[in-house]
Design a protein. Sequence first.
Length: 495
Amino acid sequence: MRSIPTLTRLKSISIKYRFVFLVIATSVLFLPLIKPFETVNSDTVYFLGRFHPLIIHFPIVLILLVLIFEVLAKTKILLVPKFLIGLILGTSLLSCLISMTLGFLLYLTGDYTGEIVWQHLWGGVLLTFSVSLAVFLFLSFHQIKSQNIYLAYIAVLILANLTLVYTSHQGGSLTHGKEYLAEYSPIKAKQPEWEPKPVEEMLIYEDVIVGFMDRKCMSCHNENKAKGGLILTSFEDLVKGGKGEHPSLVKNSSIESEVYRRVTLPVNDDDFMPPEGKTPLNENEVSLLKWWIDNGADPELKVVEASQNPEIESVVNVYLSELEKQQRDRYLQKLSTENLIKSLGNIGNVELTIDPYDEKSIFLSMKFPPSSFGDNDLLKLQPIFQNITKASFIGSDLSDDGFYHLGQMTSLKELYLQQTQIKGDGLSQLTGLKNLQLLDLSKTKISDGYLLNILMMSSLQELYLNETSTKKEVIDAIKENRPALNIYLERGKFF
């Protein structure tokens, strides 16, 4: 019997202070303005943040249940007591706030970045905003009994459920990949067969120059890795140039254009591009680049127009005969790599993507939210060991036993081992990786003695030791023996 007066009193208090929910709705919209922290030293933040995937199931059920009850009540199929709807709505708001807070803690660590994370964050914020607003309107209706307020409440409730679907989809994409929902859809569009682009539509810059620069230059000059600050993946970035004193592209003057000067220097010159170990531009490609720049560097110049110029006609025709084969080979290589990834089956705790600038290469990273991944899980990846060029095991359970398998990834260029269980006694297994350029051992218990194995990694260019107990004397010794190796004690980039 006591429960009825208690609920009545709770209802009275809620209606009286209903504007608090309006304040909550407004406040949460400012959360995305807070940037991730540069360093997060507290294990508590990580511990609490990882409960986010567990808590999110509560608002998913409750918000949908409120809408269902309102529809049933409106259609008089089932008369659900208003106090029960209010109780469920309030509980859904509470679970939204808890879930958003825990997810925001993960976001603040900076370990999870990218467009999908940003969209998921905004989805969570808008969901909490709309549920808070729904609670306010629900209470206002019971105070004022206005039909307009009730209609606004139902509209916001529908918006909350639509936002919930969007946010859940982004969360699922983080966990299972973008195509998870549509992967087995019966209406999923079939992948079109490759067809060559008609010559009449081809452009000198986009289809020819970008074609050979993509294969020979862009692996070092793209949005993710811009040596010298130079990005070559778009015409605008090419014109913008890098950090050098000379402009990358000067229209009508190949001599003044740094992009041309670098590829025509003597091979033994330190500034010659591409660097040693990469395939340089051939004679036809250099001639075509020079002619294009000297004739205005127009990105809209068509191949058929250029081929009518006697000065460059033979070069264009020779290159076009090779271009279709190159494009087809790249298409088939990408298809082969995709099939190789699919042959592994479902490996739920890692994300595998194809390098956009090299169809043979695969990037590996941990999925969000984080899940268990240990040394034995590496065995599942053996069929693609030779294809992995960038691997991130941040926050995983990898130990020194896993180095044996990592040492078999002979194409590996970048390896991120932040917050893993390694101590270093398996580090010697990496000395045989002749392509390894970046190694991140931040937030690990790496031992000073084992760290000296770095001296035998001849290709290593960047080493990150943020938040490790490495002694200054050890770092100085490595620097003395490997002066070209860049050692960073601050937080590095995440992948």
